[in-house]
Write a protein that binds this ligand. Structure first.
Ligand code: ATP
Length: 765
């Protein structure tokens, strides 16, 4: 039997069903016409409003207690008999633990304002809950009168995710389950998504997956979230800065009178496998009078997981975690049954890159009767296109996929094919060091919540195993949850978002864990310096533009300054900003001496003595002037082609946004445009324009040859990835600042001391 056929045969029925479904031609169901309630009837025994006690109780035998039949409900949903692949996927849906709770969830949402839904990883929360709700009568789009204006309110469900990869993969999955897959060129559908620089929202969308940042952007445009009937906040345990802000805004809306929504209430559903229910409940509680609290805020726990996952610990603490990860990946590969892919959690991108090489080397030495290995990286700095590889089945026969991931694969995602998880127990955590005014990347032990989430990536399509590279005592010693981002990060973006939403008193904005008042004050001062706030702390019109750009405030400041006559460099600024926000480094690290000689020489034609900003600009300009083979062009220069394509996509969107915001008069001419090197004068202007956003990130050369930051006089070194590495300049400006082995400045440009004064004076005087 051919290995691929063997592989198929070995799949269990559910995995087979999913594989069949994924490979089968898509059968499109017509976008639903809303036939509320009747389409998903409540089971006969759940008509009464539950007491809060009932609702929050764990149901030990849910199937029996609710006499609910998901298949019967589903039958009522669709008149036409489903095709085979659809029937398979429906069977898989019905077998999820959450299916037994469908009626209970529908009823709880109908009868409450806030539902906290806790269910094990893989129980079906993210994929099923929006599907259970979007045909309910309260979710209908309604025409209402607000003052003299007639507006539509509701009709859609938003479901937020902490990460882009989760939002897009879930949207694709749910769209297929709904029978309206997201295909290029397809304009109609039930499910869509919106993440930074990528949106697919078909006509007729009822379920929209968004990153938390995107819904905050929507809140700026529409403070009443009129498009939505419900907001599902998924994976709240991650406690990103954005999710904390989002629940703060939702709390304010729930506490209000819904006048901006024509009286139509917004439902809020908070979901997680590992969140602290009491913290969430108590956050919302004070909106309601005591006697109404338990009715308004309900809690439901979904019991059970679909497949068992066996946890295996190390007998002794591991000394070298990176070696142990590679060894374990190969051990699992050679000792565990095939098929069954492996998902291994690494500390960070660098560790993944070197492990990938090691695994590939060692895989080449395996005997011919052992399956081959395809190692696929998955980390945040990869372009979206490159991230997709981790989710694709391996095409080559008799090959096992090993996904080497950071914690971006920790929550919410299903990596199809994965049966085995390897957890190194550590992660790189960004922490803002208030005293130093800079970020550090620290390697820290993960929390129990993270360990549970990582384990939960197995057991989604069949029984699985989780290999923890730490001892059981080590696990017991982990803290329950991670520190919320708002308590360990710079709150600049958060304060700008609050101000842009009209929050005057940011210190008293409702937050689950309010940050240090000093951190808020520092952010306000920084925003004042960037021109986003005036002396009274009021949002300026620049600040309002800044908040609407999907960029960190300093980069948004650069784009707003660029059209000014003294700089006049908006197109160039967009080119640089696109490359900076596209993903990881554009220039691949040259490994061998040979590579350094060959590629280094071709690459040097892009290098500019002014530093990384003008080098990036030259790279974009040369790339877009290339009219024959852009891939070959990238390859010859050791440039990451995927990141370049991603940057082009961002460039197009930023150009459109700037036309919309009237920063750019007309659409610029299409590529390819002839390459004209930036003149030194123009380069100076462009760097000065960046200084408007980054005057706080400058350092001057000291007599001993080191650089000291203007703010705080901390020593910084130019990072080896910079074209100015090893160079001595009077002063430098850097766009990134990171503490790893030492304090490094990245994306560095040479500046003059006088320019710093100029940039400061223009703001203060
Ligand atoms: N992209 C996908 N491909 C294949 N199966 C999938 C996919 N997404 C989801 N599934 C299936 O649906 C099940 C439920 O997934 P879902 O994301 O809804 O669970 P969840 O309860 O939200 O989990 P978590 O808390 O881990 O995010 C998975 O265990 C898996 O069997």
């Amino acid at each position: 039997m051919a290995p691929s056929a063997k592989r198929r045969k070995n799949l269990d029925p559910l995995a087979q069903a999913i594989a069949n479904f994924a490979n089968a031609p898509v059968v499109k169901r017509a976008p639903p016409t809303v036939a509320p309630e009747a389409t998903a009837p409540a089971p006969p025994d759940v008509a009464a409003v539950p007491s809060p006690r009932q609702a929050s109780a764990t149901v030990s035998n849910p199937g029996k207690a609710h006499a609910h039949n998901p298949r019967r409900d589903r039958k009522a949903n669709s008149a036409a008999a489903p095709s085979k692949p659809q029937a398979d996927i429906r069977k898989a849906q019905d077998e999820l633990p959450i299916a037994q709770y469908r009626g209970e969830i529908q009823r709880a949402v109908r009868n409450s304002e806030v539902l906290v839904l806790i269910g094990e990883t893989g129980s079906g929360k993210s994929t099923q809950v929006p599907q259970y709700l979007h045909r309910q009568s309260w979710c209908k789009r309604r025409k209402v009168k607000i003052g003299t204006e007639e507006v539509n309110v509701g009709g859609m469900i938003a479901i937020t995710q902490p990460r882009r990869v989760a939002a897009t993969t879930l949207a694709h999955r749910v769209a297929r389950e709904e029978g309206t897959p997201l295909k290029p060129g397809e304009r109609d559908g039930t499910v869509g998504y919106s993440v930074r620089f990528d949106h697919k929202v078909p006509r007729g969308t009822r379920i929209k997956f968004l990153t938390e940042g995107m819904i905050l952007q929507e809140l700026l445009r529409d403070p009443n979230l009129r498009d939505y009937s419900a907001i599902i906040v998924d994976e709240i345990h991650e406690r990103s800065l954005d999710v904390d802000l989002l629940v703060g805004f939702l709390k304010q809306m729930l506490a209000g009178d819904n006048a901006g929504r024509g009286g139509i209430p917004l439902k809020v559903i908070i979901m997680s496998a590992t969140a602290d229910v009491e913290v969430i409940q108590s956050f919302f509680r004070d909106i309601y009078p005591e006697e109404k609290q338990s009715e308004a805020i309900q809690v439901l726990r979904i019991e059970g997981r679909q497949y068992p996952v066996q946890t295996l610990y190390e007998p002794e603490p591991v000394t070298n975690i990176n070696d142990a990860l590679v060894d374990m990946a190969l051990k699992v590969h050679t000792q565990e049954p095939f098929p069954g892919d492996i998902l291994a959690f690494f500390i960070g991108q660098e560790e993944i890159e070197s492990a990938q090489k090691l695994i590939e080397q060692r895989a080449a030495e395996l005997a011919s009767n052992v399956p081959k290995i395809k190692a696929v990286p998955l980390y945040g700095q990869l372009s979206m296109e490159a991230q997709k590889d981790a989710f694709m089945p391996v095409k080559a026969p008799f090959t096992r996929k090993i996904v080497l991931a950071t914690n971006i694969a920790e929550t919410s995602v299903t990596v199809p094919g994965v049966r085995y998880v390897i957890d190194c127990g550590k992660a790189k955590v960004k922490q803002f060091r208030t005293r130093l005014g800079m970020e550090s990347l620290l390697v820290k032990p993960i929390s129990k919540s993270s360990a549970i989430q990582r384990k939960g990536r197995a057991g989604r399509e069949g029984p699985g195993k989780c290999f923890r590279l730490y001892t059981e005592e080590g696990y017991e010693g982990l803290r329950e949850a991670d520190l919320p981002e708002i308590l360990r990060n710079d709150v600049l973006g958060a304060v700008l978002t609050m101000k842009a939403r009209g929050i005057q008193d940011v210190i008293n904005f409702p937050l689950i864990d309010p940050p240090d008042i000093e951190a808020i004050k520092r952010a306000m001062f920084h925003l004042y310096f960037l021109g986003a706030l005036d002396q009274n702390g009021q949002l300026t019109s620049e600040g309002s533009h800044m908040a609407r750009l999907p960029l960190p405030a300093p980069l948004a400041t650069v784009l707003l300054a660029a059209p000014l006559p003294e700089y006049d460099c908006l197109l160039e600024a967009i080119d640089v900003v696109s490359l900076i926000t596209a993903g990881g480094d554009i220039f691949l690290q040259l490994q061998s001496e040979e590579e350094q000689e060959e590629i280094g020489e071709v690459r040097s034609e892009l290098h500019r003595r002014e530093g990384d900003i003008i080098t990036l600009l030259t790279t974009m300009q040369r790339y877009t002037s290339e009219n024959t083979d852009r891939n070959a062009w990238c390859q010859a220069r050791g440039i990451n082609g995927r990141n370049m394509r991603q940057a082009l996509n961002i460039r197009r969107q930023l150009r459109d946004l700037c036309v919309k915001q009237k920063l750019l008069a007309d659409k610029p001419p299409a590529d390819p445009q002839p390459f004209v090197p930036v003149s030194p004068d123009r380069a100076e202007n462009i760097i000065k324009c960046f200084l408007k956003g980054f005057a706080h990130k400058v350092a001057t050369l000291q007599p001993d040859g080191t650089y000291a930051t203007a703010e705080g006089k901390h020593t910084v070194a130019i990072h080896p990835s910079s074209v100015l590495y090893g160079k001595k300049k009077e002063a430098i400006m850097f766009l990134e600042h990171i503490y790893t082995t030492k304090n490094f400045a990245k994306k560095v440009s040479a500046i003059q001391g006088a320019w710093i004064l100029e940039a400061m004076e223009s703001r203060y005087l």
